[in-house]
Design a protein around this ligand. Structure first.
Ligand SMILES: [Mg+2]
Ligand SMILES: [Zn+2]
Length: 179
């Protein structure tokens, strides 16, 4: 029997906060001062929360492993995120490919762990991301997937269930699907 609550798993960089371009490459904030919310995020998450959905952030942060991001900075950024947005939990993967961990997306470890701890019904849950690896991760976990179209990602390989322009549109898709 299927039971449990529906949840929204949100990638962080490029979904909740703006990405940082360094040397022409998409990168993540390394300092609290670089952490800037994307437009419409507060409204979208508040609306999802009001409809009873759990909200989780699931983020790869390999810059920890690479020595480019300090754990203290990451803690400060996530404390700010929690203060600004109604999220239930934040999971991050501090590893890089060489670590062969189970949490680095596209592996679904972070979603599976959160689902177990919070009694989530993954089949009624959504993964929102801005990269193919987010969509692949969501699919492997058994979630419905939503890709935010971005200039830096073709988004074509992973074939998300929905392709939308921004988080406001993603929230619209999710709310329309609720019973
Ligand atoms: Mg991202
Ligand atoms: Zn990991």
């Amino acid at each position: 029997m299927t039971s449990g609550r529906a949840a929204i798993f949100l990638d962080r960089d490029g979904v909740i906060n703006a990405v940082i371009m360094r040397d022409g490459k998409v990168s993540s904030p390394c300092l609290l001062s670089e952490f800037v919310l994307e437009p419409g995020v507060e409204e979208a998450l508040s609306e999802l929360r009001r409809s009873g959905l759990l909200l989780f952030v699931v983020t790869n942060q390999p810059d920890i492993r690479r020595g480019l991001l300090s754990p203290q900075s990451l803690d400060a950024i996530h404390a700010r995120l929690r203060a600004l947005l109604p999220v239930d939990d934040i999971a991050f993967c501090p590893h890089d490919n060489v670590d062969e961990c189970d949490c680095r997306k596209p592996k679904p470890g972070m979603l599976l762990d959160l689902a177990k701890r919070w009694h989530v019904d993954l089949s009624r849950s959504f993964m929102i991301g801005d990269q193919d690896r987010d969509i692949e991760c969501g699919r492997r976990a058994g979630c419905i997937t939503i890709l935010l179209g971005k200039s830096y990602n073709s988004g074509l390989e992973a074939k998300a269930d929905y392709l939308v322009s921004d988080i406001t549109a993603a929230a619209g898709v999710i709310l329309a699907a609720q019973p």
